[in-house]
Every structure is written in C-alpha cells, then in structure tokens.
Design a binder for this molecule. Structure first.
Ligand code: GLN
Length: 533
C-alpha cells in the first residue's frame, strides 16, 4: 500500500453510542483483509491522561506496554486487534496544550501569538499523523471522543477538517448517530441524525459514512431518507443494532457492509475478503458454553463495572478457553465483614480481588482473601489484590499484628508492603508510578509456570508499593512463596501458596494483555482451577 489511509470517527446526538467498539470492529474487519491497522483515541478533557481520574469518572485506566495510562477504549482496540498500542494512541486536550505551552516557553513560535488555530490544531494534526509516519500502518483510525458540538471537541474537529485538505482521498469521515424509536408514535426518528450531520456541516465536515445506532431495524426507506437528508450515499448508511456481545459487532458490521464501503471510498482495491475464522470460532464458543461458573469480583468500584473492564473481558476470554460461561458476582469490598463473608461468597467457585488505591474497602478485601485461603477456594489477586493477600497472610498466619501497607498505615509496626525506593522522592501523582512492561522470572515449580509455560514473561505494571523483602524468609517458611521476581531489581512480582488448590497474587496487571485471539494464560488457568473446585 502506498500511503497510509486515515479514518476519522466522530459521534453525534448523545454520548455512549459505542464509538470505541465500532472503531475496533472496523479495524478488525480491515485487519482480517490483511491490512495493518491501528486505532487512536483523542480525548477532549484537560487532564494530561486518565491516570489521575477516579474510575467513577471515567471507568478503568488502561495501561500500555510503554507505560501510558490511557482511556479504556484502548483496551478494546488491543483485545480486538491483538496488537499493542502506545503513548501515541491516546491524546488529550491537556497533552496537546502541555506540548504547545512547552514549545512556547522555548521560543519555538518565534514571537508569534500562540492561538487555537493554527498552533493547537497543528499540534493535533501532528499527533494524528505521527502514527501514519511510522510506516507501520496501512490504516489509522482516529476516534474523536465526546459528542460533536461540545465546546471541548471543537479544536479536534477543526483539526481533522484541515487534515482533509492535506490527505485528500486518503481519508474519510464516519459519523455515529442515534436513531431513536418513539413508542407512542411507533416510529423511528431520523431528525436527531439530520441535526447532528448539520452540526458537522457547520463545522465544515461532511461525513462520508453514517453508522446509526438503533434498537430497531432500519428499513431501506429510512436509510434512503437519512442518505438524502444527510448527503451520503445510500450504501453508506449503516445500521448498528444493539448486540448481545461486543464481540458480535464486527460480524454485524460486516453484514451491513461497513468495511466494503470504507474500502470503496478509500479506493483500496484488490484486497482479499476478511478472514474471520479465529474470531468466529471465539464467538461461537462464547455463545455456546458447555459449562458455567460464578466468580466473585471483589472491588470498591463495583457500581460502575467499566472500572474493571479489562478484568471482566479477561475472565470472558479465560472462560471461552475453557468452554465455560463465567458469571461475575460483583462483591463490594466495603460491604464484606467476617460475619457476612461466608454468605456473600457461598455461591462462587473462585475469588478475584481487584486492583485499587486508598483505604476504602481494604479490610473487606482482606476478609475475602482470608475466606478463600482458609476454604481452599481458587484465588487470584491483582496488584492491590496481591498486596492484600500478603497483608492477610502476615496478620493471620505469621501473627504480625497490624501488618499493613504503608499506603494505608504509615505507622504500621509491620510494613509488609512498602513504598518502592525510587518512589520516595516523588511528589507529583500523575504518570509517576511504576508503569508499563517489565520482565518477570518465574520459578519452574509453580502454578504460574504451569499456566505461562515459560520462565520469563513480560507484564504491565501500575503501582507505587511493593512486597517488603525484609519479611521474605518468614513468608517462605510459613508457606507463601515468591514464584515470580524482577531479575534486575529483585522485586517480588508473584506470590503463591503451594499447599492451596490455586492461590496466586500478582503485582502486575495480566488483564491488560488478554485478547480474543490470545486469552491470557493466567485467567485461563484461574477459570480452570475454579472449574475443578
Ligand atoms: N495502590 C497500590 C499501589 O500503588 C496498588 C495499585 C493497583 O492496584 N494498581 O501499589
């Protein structure tokens, strides 16, 4: 392919239309035709990245190999494409302004007045083109967060409007809208879509393709009407019905011909038809499970399930690898006590204790772990979940009263989880944790070796605190063993209790690396252990 093609995805009418899933589905269809595709998310908020955002605000913070703290949509992109993303795949208004202001301080604008147009828009355009300029991609899909018409997203829409003049026929615009059904009138209504496209036209952008979210079928008459009013070709009005699973969306988009019309408009000739064999067999297994189990997900943000998006998906993938439907029992850690834990966990085959920050719910997590440990229930602890497993073992097996992590109790007599040395001088919260991919060496005689089948793995991190090696020998003597270590620093990355059926705590986040085509070995092994319960 000669030059990189760019696809810009905008959203109108309302938020939460699923731009991320549509973008990922289109990317999958193009990838399945042999193209190399990446997806980028532009977020209009002023935070530099979502790393400092409370999950209640924005759902999970996804972490890339190179340590970017990003929007959860990047998780969808990776799970769909099985290709890593990076710092360059998520740009925020905050990051754009930070970069422009730094350049201004260095005198890079040669005395000019620094303005939204052209300086901010140029910075946005450069951030979009940077992915194409790597030469690695045939297609770059750029999703613009927010809803068209929002004040915050105006510079992004303006930047892509300008880019059209540079990229000419090498780009196209997809606009997602909503076609609501009014039950009183028994009618689907196209006016919000018409108005949303008018808004785009006011901003100087004519969408090439409309993807219409709807709860009902859009018949040809409605599609023709939308095409006529919105100035798009009839085959460029794509119906997007609610799907039973996000993994069905690429198949639905293929049936609607989304990839066909994209290829036609971008003049990408001679491509093979999509090979979705692996995807379809995953979907078939997902939709036809032979067994089912329930796993407790213990966390403090359970009211907003997007806070644990990657964990939920990794459990789904691990379930498919075992032909099993994994049902999740959402257990609020702040509600767990010694008195109610047996009752709250009575129906589950396994316990997963989630990552997190801060004090709320921590004693509930420790209570859940004690119950899983004492009752030989398969347990997976991730990041704070692993740290809580260490605290629980210290308190209840090693009898180290008031053992804790210094994150919560700086005066604990037994800081079994301590602050990492290099963290002690850091005062800024944003982007300063131990982030991204690190090597971990694995003991051959361990449960984790059985799952990874490797002595050396790479996993992603996002934490400030760590296992305190001063206590290591007491843990080992009493049956909690470090089975994974960072070879350079000696940091403990994995603990296990070999006497237990399956008890694994990991300091890293395996959930970020699970994908449809490669379910994560640890989640697969955890689900298997739960099935054997
Ligand atoms: N709060 C803990 C730390 O910073 C754990 C972080 C996490 O669970 N991601 O070490």
């Amino acid at each position: 392919m000669n030059s990189t093609k760019y696809i810009f995805v905008t959203g109108g009418v309302t938020s939460s239309l699923g731009k991320g899933i549509i973008s990922a589905s289109l990317a999958k269809l193009l990838q399945a035709r042999g193209l190399s595709v990446t997806i980028q998310k532009l977020d209009p908020y002023i935070n530099i990245d979502p790393g400092t955002l409370n999950p209640y605000e924005h759902g999970e913070c996804f972490v890339t190999n190179d340590g970017a703290e990003t929007d959860l949509d990047l998780g969808h992109y990776e799970r769909f494409l099985n290709v890593s993303t990076s710092q360059a795949n998520n740009i925020t208004t905050g990051r754009i302004y930070q970069s422009v202001i730094q350049k201004e301080r260095k005198g890079a604008y040669l005395g000019k007045t620094v303005q939204v147009i052209p300086h901010i828009t140029d910075e946005i355009k450069d951030s979009i083109k940077i992915l194409g300029e790597t030469g690695d991609y045939d297609v770059v899909i750029t999703e613009i967060g927010g809803t068209v018409g929002d004040i915050e997203s105006l510079p992004f829409v303006e930047a892509v409007r300008q880019l059209k003049w540079e990229l000419k026929t090498n780009c196209l615009f997809i606009h997602l809208t909503l076609v609501p059904y009014l039950s009183a009138a028994k009618e689907l209504k196209t006016k919000p879509t018409q108005n949303s496209v008018k808004k785009m036209l006011e901003l100087g952008v004519q969408p090439d393709i409309l993807v219409c979210r709807t709860e009902h079928h859009l018949d040809q008459e409605i599609k023709d009407k939308i095409a006529r009013f919105c100035n798009v070709a009839e085959n460029a009005v794509i119906e997007s019905r609610d799907a039973s699973s996000i993994y069905e969306v690429p198949i639905l988009m293929q049936k609607e011909g989304l990839d066909e019309v994209v290829i036609e408009k971008l003049q990408m000739t001679g491509l093979p038809s999509p090979d979705l064999t692996k995807w379809k067999s995953f979907l078939h297994a997902l939709q036809n499970p032979q067994k089912s189990i329930k796993i407790a997900l213990v966390g403090k943000y359970v009211e907003l399930q997007d806070s644990y998006k990657s964990i939920v998906e990794a459990l789904n993938h691990g379930g498919v690898a075992n032909n099993t439907k994994v049902g999740i029992d959402w257990v609020h850690s702040a509600s767990l006590t010694d008195a109610n834990v047996a009752n709250k966990l009575k129906e589950v085959s396994g316990v997963l204790v989630a990552p997190g920050f801060g004090e709320r719910g921590i004693e509930g997590k420790i209570t859940a772990i004690k119950y899983a440990r004492e009752n030989n229930i398969p347990f997976l602890g991730i990041c704070l979940g692993m740290q809580c497993a260490v605290i629980e073992f210290a308190r209840n097996v090693l009898s180290l009263n008031h053992a804790h992590t210094v994150e919560i109790d700086q005066k604990t007599p037994h800081p079994v989880i301590n602050m990492m040395e290099e963290q002690k001088s850091i005062s800024n919260l944003g982007g300063t944790m131990r982030l991204g991919e690190y090597t971990c060496e694995i003991e051959s005689t361990s449960k984790v070796f059985e799952s990874y089948q490797s002595n050396s793995i790479q996993e992603r991190h996002r934490h400030r605190y760590e296992f305190n090696n001063e206590y290591l020998s007491s843990f080992v003597e009493n049956g909690m063993i470090p089975t994974g270590k960072n070879p350079q620093t000696g940091l403990i990355e994995i603990v296990e209790i070999p006497k237990h059926k399956w008890f694994v705590g990991v300091q890293f986040h395996p959930e970020y690396k699970s994908s449809v085509e490669q379910p994560h070995p640890l989640f697969t092994a955890f689900v298997k252990a739960c099935l054997n319960g």
